[in-house]
Design a protein around this ligand. Structure first.
Ligand code: SAM
Length: 236
C-alpha cells in the first residue's frame, strides 16, 4: 500500500500502536490503517471490522491488493461483535462521532477483556469518551490535536489502568473543563486546540443570540451559557 493513501490523522493514530500488537480497527472502511501498520512491521496481525457492505468490500479488496490476507481478517459486523474475547491487544476506532464510538465500546464491554489500549479519534464530542472511559477505569495516557484539510481532529489514547488518575486534584468546574477539553491537550494549548475552542465559543455565542429572541427556553439557555463560560476559561 502506498503510504500517501493514509491521512496524517490516521498516521498519528498508527504512531500510538505499540510495536508487535494485534489490532482491531473498527469502522475500518478501506482498511488503510491496518494495511499501513502491517507494511511498516508495526503489528503481527489485525482484524478490520466494518458494518456496511460497500466499505467492507473496499477493505477486502485493499487487504488482498496489499498481500496481507493471511494477517488481516476483514469481518463484517456491528462494532465489537466481530471480535472474540482476548483476540487483540489494541482497538482503534476513528472517524466517527464520540457518541457512536462510546456506544460501540459499551455494546461490547466483554470484548475489552485483555485489551491493553484503545486509540480513539472522535470527530466530535470527545468529552463523552473522557467521561465514560474514566468511569470504566480506562486511563487517558496520550492526547493529540491536529488540523488537516481545514478540519481539526482529536486523538485520545486510553490504557487499561486508573481512569481517575488524569483528573486527580480537579473537581467542580475545573473537572468539567478538563473533561471537556482534555487534561493533556490543556497543558500545551497548541494552535489547533486554540482554533477549535475559538470556533466552539463562536458557535455557543451564535446559539445564545438566537435563544435570546425565542421564549420558554431558559433551561437550554442556561446549559449553553455554562458551556460558553467553560470554553472561555479553557481559552484563558
Ligand atoms: N476509520 C476510517 C477513518 O478514520 O478514515 C473510516 C471512517 S468512516 C467515516 C466510518 C466508518 O465506520 C464507515 O466505513 C462506516 O461504515 C463504519 N461504521 C459505522 N458504524 C459502525 C459500526 N457500528 N460498526 C462497524 N463499523 C461502523
Amino acid at each position: 500500500m502506498n503510504d500517501k493513501l493514509l491521512s496524517e490523522r490516521l498516521k498519528l493514530v498508527a504512531n500510538y500502536v505499540p510495536v508487535g500488537s494485534r489490532v482491531a480497527d473498527i469502522g475500518s472502511d478501506h482498511a488503510y490503517l491496518p494495511c499501513y501498520l502491517m507494511n511498516h512491521n508495526r503489528i503481527t496481525g489485525a482484524v478490520a471490522g466494518e458494518v456496511n457492505e460497500g466499505p467492507y468490500q473496499s477493505a477486502v479488496s485493499q487487504v488482498k491488493r496489499s498481500g496481507f490476507s493471511n494477517q488481516i481478517a476483514v469481518r463484517k459486523g456491528n462494532g465489537l461483535e466481530v471480535l472474540s474475547p482476548g483476540e487483540v491487544d489494541v482497538i482503534t476506532i476513528a472517524g466517527m462521532g464520540g457518541q457512536l464510538i462510546r456506544d460501540i465500546l459499551l455494546g461490547g464491554l466483554e470484548k475489552l477483556e485483555g485489551v491493553k489500549r484503545l486509540i480513539l479519534q472522535p470527530n466530535v464530542a470527545a468529552h463523552l469518551l473522557r467521561e465514560r472511559l474514566s468511569d470504566l477505569n480506562w486511563e487517558l495516557v496520550e492526547e493529540s490535536i491536529i488540523e488537516e484539510d481545514d478540519k481539526i481532529y482529536e486523538i485520545l489514547v486510553f490504557d487499561a489502568g486508573n481512569g481517575k488518575k488524569p483528573y486527580e486534584g480537579f473537581d467542580g468546574k475545573e473537572l468539567q473543563k478538563q473533561l471537556l477539553a482534555g487534561p493533556i491537550l490543556m497543558k500545551e494549548k497548541n494552535d489547533a486546540f486554540m482554533k477549535k475552542w475559538q470556533n466552539e465559543l463562536k458557535k455557543r455565542e451564535r446559539i445564545l443570540l438566537s435563544l435570546e429572541r425565542a421564549e420558554g427556553i431558559s433551561e437550554k439557555e442556561a446549559q449553553v451559557k455554562n458551556e460558553r463560560d467553560l470554553i472561555k476559561e479553557v481559552l484563558s
